[in-house]
Write a protein that binds this ligand. Structure first.
Ligand SMILES: [Zn+2]
Length: 465
C-alpha cells in the first residue's frame, strides 16, 4: 500500500468515527513512544553538553526539530554564543487556566571515561537500560516531558490549559546563562503560566519498600566561598612560624571541627513524620526535633550524609590551591568552600560566624555564589494533580513535600511568582542517587516508559481530564 493510500484510509476512518471519536480518536501507542523516547534520549546524550562550557545549542536544536515534526511550535534561543534554550508550547483550549511549564536542563556535569564501564557520551542501550551522562540528570526527564506532549498531541486530546516545555542550559553551575536568562529576557514564554514542574523529586521507595512521591517545595541555599590566606614568600628550608599555607590549613581545620547546630525546618519535620507513618519501624522520626535531643539517636541519624544535610548547614571544602614548587613558600593559598544553608539562614550572618570561628584577619573571604531560596506553597492545583496522579497510577502512594539539599532552577521561577515543584514522575531506584553526577549514570527503559505514561496522565489531570 502506498503512503498516500494509508493516509487516505486513516482519514476515512476518522471521519466515519464521527465527532465523539474525532475528539479523542487515537489511543496511545506506548511501545512506539518508548522506542522513540529511547532513540531521542540516546541522540541527546551523544551531544556532549558538559558544563563548562555547556554548548547546549545543538541539543536545543535537536529537541526543537522533534517538536516541529509533530506540529508543536518551538523556538531556540542563544543567551550567549553556543549556549542554548529551547521552548515549545502545546496549545490547549481557552486561556482561562494558567499554563504549566515543564522545565528541564540540557547541560550535564563532566564525566571521566576512566570511571565508566561504557563511554559516558555513547547513549548505549545495554541490559534494558540506557547509559550515559544525563540519563537521569536531566536529559531523561526532559525526554519524558517532551514525549508526553507529543503523545497528547497525537492522541488529539485538547487540554484546557497550555503546556510549555522549557529546556535550559547552565543549570549545573547556577543557571545564569539558562533559566536566569529566560526569566529576565523571555517573559513571554511563561507570563501566562502559574506552575513549574522541574527536576528534584520523584517516585521513590523507603528501605522497607514503601513507595512514596517526593515533591520538592524548597531547597537549601548555596553559599560558595573562597578563602584566601597570604603570608611571606621565601625558601622552604628556613620557614617562618606561619605561612599562607599553614594559615589556610589552620582555618580549614577549624571549619572541619565545627558542627553547625541542628535546626529542623517545618517541611523537614513533616517530611520525616510522613516517612515514619509509612514505615512503623522508625517511631522516633514522628518527632524529629525531639528525637535529635537524644545524643545517641542524633549520632546515628547524622551518619547518613543526606539526613545530616537535611537538619543543619553544611561546610564542604572542595578546591584547594597553593604553591608550585616543593621548596618555595607561596605567598597565597586558597580554598573554595561549598556551604549549603537551611532556607531560613542569613548568608551574611553565617559568613560572620565563620570569620569568628577562623579568627584570622589575614584570611580573606569572598562570595562566589549565593542566592536566597524560596518555598512554594504545599497546597496548589499542581499538588492536587500530583495526588490524583498517585491515586490513578500508584495505588495512592503518599505525596510528601520535601526540601532538597541541592539546588536547581526552581528558585528563578518562584521569584517571579510561579509555584515550582521538583517532581519527575519517574520511579527512581535506590542506586539512582549514586549515579546522578557519578559514574555509570543510566536509566531503565521501563522507567522511561512509565515516566511518559505518568506524565501523560498528569497533563490530562492538569488539563481538566
Ligand atoms: Zn539536574
Amino acid at each position: 500500500m502506498s503512503r498516500a493510500m494509508v493516509a487516505l484510509t486513516a482519514a476515512a476512518l476518522l471521519s466515519i468515527g464521527g465527532a465523539a471519536r474525532a475528539d479523542n480518536a487515537k489511543g496511545f501507542d506506548w511501545e512506539e513512544l518508548t522506542r522513540e523516547a529511547t532513540s531521542l534520549l540516546s541522540d541527546y546524550i551523544q551531544i556532549n553538553t558538559s558544563n563548562p562550557p555547556g554548548n547546549e545549542l545543538p541539543a536545543a536544536k535537536l529537541l526543537k526539530e522533534k517538536f516541529l515534526r509533530d506540529g508543536i511550535p518551538a523556538a531556540v534561543f542563544e543567551p550567549s554564543p553556543g549556549r542554548g534554550v529551547i521552548a515549545a508550547r502545546l496549545r490547549g483550549i481557552g486561556k482561562k487556566r494558567k499554563a504549566l511549564v515543564l522545565l528541564s536542563h540540557m547541560d550535564v556535569v563532566p564525566a571521566n571515561p576512566k570511571d565508566w564501564s561504557v563511554p559516558p557520551f555513547s547513549g548505549e542501550v545495554k541490559g534494558g537500560e540506557l547509559w550515559g551522562r544525563g540519563a537521569l540528570d536531566d536529559k531523561g526527564p526532559g525526554v519524558v516531558a517532551l514525549m508526553a506532549m507529543l503523545a497528547i498531541k497525537r492522541a488529539r486530546i485538547l487540554l484546557d490549559r497550555d503546556v510549555v516545555f522549557i529546556a535550559t542550559g547552565d543549570e549545573e553551575v547556577g543557571g545564569e546563562d539558562g533559566a536566569g536568562w529566560v526569566v529576565q529576557h523571555q517573559t513571554n514564554l511563561y507570563k501566562d503560566a502559574g506552575f513549574v514542574l522541574n527536576e528534584g523529586g520523584g517516585i521513590r521507595a523507603d528501605k522497607a519498600g514503601h513507595v512514596f512521591y517526593s515533591v520538592a517545595i524548597t531547597e537549601k541555599s548555596p553559599l560558595w566561598l573562597r578563602l584566601t590566606a597570604s603570608g611571606p614568600t621565601g625558601h622552604a628550608a628556613a620557614p617562618p612560624a606561619q605561612t599562607a599555607v599553614t594559615r589556610l590549613v589552620a582555618a580549614l581545620h577549624k571549619l572541619d571541627d565545627y558542627q553547625p547546630p541542628f535546626r529542623v525546618m517545618p517541611v523537614v519535620q513533616d517530611y520525616f513524620r510522613r516517612l515514619a507513618i509509612l514505615d512503623s519501624n522508625q517511631p522516633k522520626l514522628l518527632d524529629l526535633r525531639l528525637a535529635l535531643t537524644d545524643p545517641q539517636f542524633a549520632k546515628k541519624f547524622v551518619s547518613s550524609p543526606h539526613d545530616n544535610a537535611m537538619v543543619r548547614d553544611t561546610i564542604t571544602p572542595t578546591v584547594i590551591n597553593a604553591g608550585y614548587r616543593t621548596n618555595i613558600i607561596p605567598s597565597t593559598a586558597s580554598a573554595e568552600i561549598d556551604c549549603r544553608l537551611l532556607p531560613d539562614e542569613d548568608p551574611a550572618v553565617f559568613i560572620k560566624s565563620l570569620r569568628q570561628l577562623i579568627n584570622d584577619d589575614s584570611i580573606k573571604i569572598e562570595r562566589l555564589l549565593s542566592f536566597p531560596t524560596m518555598a512554594s506553597p504545599e497546597r496548589s492545583e499542581l499538588m492536587n494533580a500530583i495526588v490524583t496522579l498517585s491515586r490513578r497510577k500508584d495505588n495512592g502512594a503518599p505525596v510528601i513535600p520535601a526540601m532538597l539539599t541541592g539546588f536547581n532552577d526552581s528558585h528563578y521561577f518562584r521569584q517571579r511568582g510561579l509555584v515550582a515543584y521538583g517532581f519527575v514522575p519517574i520511579r527512581f531506584s535506590a542506586q539512582s542517587g549514586l549515579l546522578v553526577h557519578g559514574a555509570n549514570e543510566r536509566i531503565e527503559i521501563k522507567a522511561l516508559r512509565e515516566g511518559i505514561e505518568r506524565m501523560v496522565e498528569l497533563l490530562r489531570i492538569m488539563g481538566g481530564q
